[in-house]
Design a protein around this ligand. Structure first.
Ligand code: SF4
Length: 376
């Protein structure tokens, strides 16, 4: 039986955050029950034939589901062929977590939680449209610990409107007091279609300067390193052995199956993306129609590019051996000029069979990666 990672999408949120361009919606709660039924049908049809090594239930806000819907979903997942040492993550948001939901998840085999906090300061949380305070987060976090969750990620964000470098430092310090196993720290990107994008266009969004943002990233690296977290990807840090295995699957271009609206899959060199509209998705599943409206058959060049793009996000970089095994050709044959150019610029390092970004290269990662495009 083939091994695969499973992503399950829950597209509901209590309120839309101002920066969010994820396929998530508020005000569609009446669709939840039908959605979960459709989702379970899709999961059973598509995932039963695989051996599941990691699961990530993300969104949206999975913990916004009602207890009985969450239970139905987790019961269905438990009928699949799950690996004995599965990594099973559920994304949670403070303000939607309860002791019952935590106990339920624990009893159904969830062994990793990813909790969205973003910032410590009340004013910043309000400004970005979060529904919770730091205290709400802390309460939920401690409750999760008391229920027995031993692997918790905290999502943070820097470069927020009007955020000061000191406030970012304070956020890191406050979170570190709780000793999570994993921290994701992303810089805010103002994406089209978000409330922030509108404000930005109207000159009403006061973002930190580029220097301040760079400083925030440097502080992240330094503070987390000092506290025993190792950076294994541009934005991800973990205690030893607590790297997110599910994300590594994406970054190493391995296969994954996505179920639910807007969920993406990558199977046998082909990318699929399900309908983004919750209604269209439900209807397709109920009518036994295909659930996806995007299919891209990757060429070998596409795969090589993606392998390099994703691989360079990891601090370990790309393994020359893995590249050869995957594509039957040495990476040097394809990318010699680009690799040498960036090594000469001090942005790439080649060492011990690996090619990875230097610290300077990480700061200029978009520039380096764009040079690896083969299919212009
Ligand atoms: S909770 Fe997450 S998915 Fe929902 S709107 Fe906020 S950022 Fe987006």
């Amino acid at each position: 039986m083939k091994k695969i990672s499973l992503y399950i999408h829950i597209p509901f949120c209590k309120q839309k955050c101002m920066y969010c361009d994820f396929p998530s919606f508020c005000g569609k709660d009446t669709l939840m029950e039908r959605y979960i039924d459709a989702l379970i049908k899709e999961i059973k049809e598509k995932a039963s034939k695989y051996y599941i090594s990691t699961i990530f239930i993300g969104g949206g806000t999975p913990t916004y589901l009602h207890l009985n819907e969450l239970e139905k979903l987790l019961n269905a997942v438990n009928t699949l062929n799950l690996s004995n040492n599965i990594e099973f993550t559920v994304e949670c948001n403070p303000g939607t977590l309860t002791e019952e939901k935590l106990n339920l998840m624990k009893s159904k085999g969830v062994n990793r939680l990813s909790i969205g906090l973003q910032a410590y300061q009340e004013e910043l949380l309000k400004r970005i449209g979060r529904i919770h305070s730091f205290e709400d987060f802390k309460e939920n976090y401690l409750l999760a610990r008391s229920v027995g969750f031993k692997n918790i990620n905290v999502d943070l964000m820097f470069g927020l409107p009007n955020q000061k470098v000191e406030q970012w430092k304070e956020t890191l310090e406050k979170v570190l007091l709780l000793q999570p196993e994993h921290i994701s720290a992303y810089s805010l990107i103002v994406e089209e279609g978000t409330i922030f994008y509108k404000l930005y266009e109207n000159d009403k969004l006061s973002l930190p300067s580029e220097d301040d943002e760079r400083e925030m990233y440097r502080i992240t690296l330094q503070v987390l390193k000092n506290r025993g977290y190792h950076q294994y990807e541009i934005s991800n840090f973990s205690k030893q052995g607590k790297e997110c295995r599910h994300n590594i699957v994406y970054w190493e271009l391995e296969e994954y199956l996505g179920c639910g609206s807007a969920a993406a899959s990558y199977i046998e060199g082909t990318r699929y993306k399900n309908f983004e509209s919750i209604e269209d998705y439900i209807k397709a599943v109920e009518d036994d129609e295909k659930t996806f409206n995007e299919v891209i058959v990757n060429t070998k060049e596409d795969d090589m590019e993606e392998f390099v793009f994703m691989g360079l996000r990891k601090t370990q970089g790309i393994s020359e051996e893995k590249f050869y095994k995957k594509f039957g050709i040495k990476i040097e044959k394809i990318y010699k000029t680009v690799i040498n150019k960036h090594i000469a610029e001090g942005l790439l390092i080649k060492n011990g069979g690996k090619i990875y970004l230097s610290n300077k290269g990480i700061e200029l990662s978009n520039y380096v990666m764009s040079d690896f495009i083969l299919t212009l």
